[in-house]
Ligand binder design. Structure first.
Ligand code: ADP
Ligand code: FBP
Ligand code: MG
Length: 326
């Protein structure tokens, strides 16, 4: 049976770094809302478009043929102006002008912080949908785009392994994560990396080098070291290893390759479920929530969970990766 909602018009935007699966989430928000008789306004370029009234109605066809596309059809941005009360006042003028009664923000911790402040100031109901390749959001086991990103990294590791073995070389692979080591950790475990360097932990280059040399002594043909960009520069790690061990090192920086590409089935399913849940939350009359995956279920939780504390790194996974690469 279709539920009839008190809220009649909602808006959706994507903000912060794009992540594969954001389009699937937009599609779910739009189609779920329309299914229940709601109108949906699509806001372009995150909070930037919110301030500048760069927005318009979306319909079923606006989200056709996007479930498999990376990036975001709504575009995304980082808006310094939204961090100011004056910028947010402009955005609120557009809330009134367009008759928006609820807002879905698809983005990361920074975007949720912005949404939280806006809700406190203007009482517009907001729901956060976690979309970031970093998977650094507390309150959800997975954020949209992470699975695709680590699969991209693992694919790169597979390719590097081929040439690394042939030449018996040491490779350093720098991956994304300015403040978070999740991509490095999980892709490192899945890719069988010798060492994983992440910003959450202090690392001793002497230990990294000792492990490398030990490995080669027992007959390893190559070594792969994963470095999160927030832990160190891949080039610098390569230089230090070369100086300390005399080994030949090659450095690959994956960069924005990790943010693009067609989303995996996991990310599409996650995004579809989370986008639909966001609409349900607004229809239920909640004022400030985030969607999360907890124990495999899609649930509503407090929005400020996402940025209250830093998500701790899973030490058991880090230790396991170390044991398995002995
Ligand atoms: N303290 C804040 N107050 C208001 N808006 C904020 C705040 N922090 C972040 N934002 C908004 O959210 C945007 C995205 O945040 P950012 O941290 O860059 O990305 P992400 O959401 O992916 O973590 C910022 O450009 C800004 O517009
Ligand atoms: O593309 P930019 O603006 O240089 O941002 C790079 C950063 O964005 C990310 O890809 C995603 O971070 P957010 O989701 O917090 O925006 C990080 O891994 C990376 O450090
Ligand atoms: Mg972030």
């Amino acid at each position: 049976m279709k539920e009839v909602a008190a809220v009649q018009r909602i808006a959706v935007l994507t903000s912060g770094g794009d992540s594969p699966g954001m389009n699937a989430a937009i599609r779910a928000v739009v189609r779920k809302a329309i299914f229940h008789g709601l109108e949906v306004i699509g806001i372009q370029r995150g909070f930037g478009g919110f301030i500048e009234a760069d927005m318009g109605p979306m319909n079923l066809s606006s989200v056709a043929d996007i479930i498999h596309r990376g990036g975001t059809i709504l575009r995304t941005a980082r808006s310094e102006e939204f961090k100011t009360p004056e910028g947010r006042a402009k955005a609120f003028a557009n809330v009134q002008r367009f008759g928006i009664q609820g807002l879905v923000v698809i983005g990361g911790d920074g975007s949720f912080r912005g949404a939280d402040i806006f809700n406190s100031e203007y009482n517009l109901p907001v729901v956060g949908v976690p979309g970031t390749i970093d998977n650094d959001i507390t309150g959800t086991e997975y954020s949209i785009g992470f699975d695709t990103a680590i699969n991209t990294v693992v694919e790169a590791i597979n390719k590097i392994r081929d040439t690394a073995t042939s030449h018996e070389r040491t490779f350093i692979l720098e991956v994304m994560g300015r403040e978070s080591g999740y991509i490095a950790l999980m892709a490192g475990l899945a890719g069988g990396a010798e060492s994983i360097l992440i910003p959450e932990l202090r690392h001793s280059m002497d230990e990294v080098c000792e492990k490398l040399v030990r490995g080669y002594k027992r007959g390893k043909l190559h070594s792969i070291i994963i470095v999160a960009e927030g832990a160190a520069s891949g080039l610098e790690v390569g230089r230090q290893i070369r100086e300390k061990t005399g080994l030949e090192t090659k450095v690959t920086i994956l960069g924005h390759l990790q943010r693009g590409g067609t989303p995996t089935a996991f990310d599409r399913i996650l995004a579809s479920r989370m986008g639909a849940k966001a609409v349900e939350i607004l229809m239920d009359g909640c004022r400030k929530q985030m969607v999360g995956m907890v124990g495999g279920n899609i649930v509503a939780g407090p929005l400020d969970n996402a940025f209250k504390g830093k998500r701790p790194i899973e030490m058991d996974i880090f230790n396991l990766a170390n044991i398995l690469s002995i």
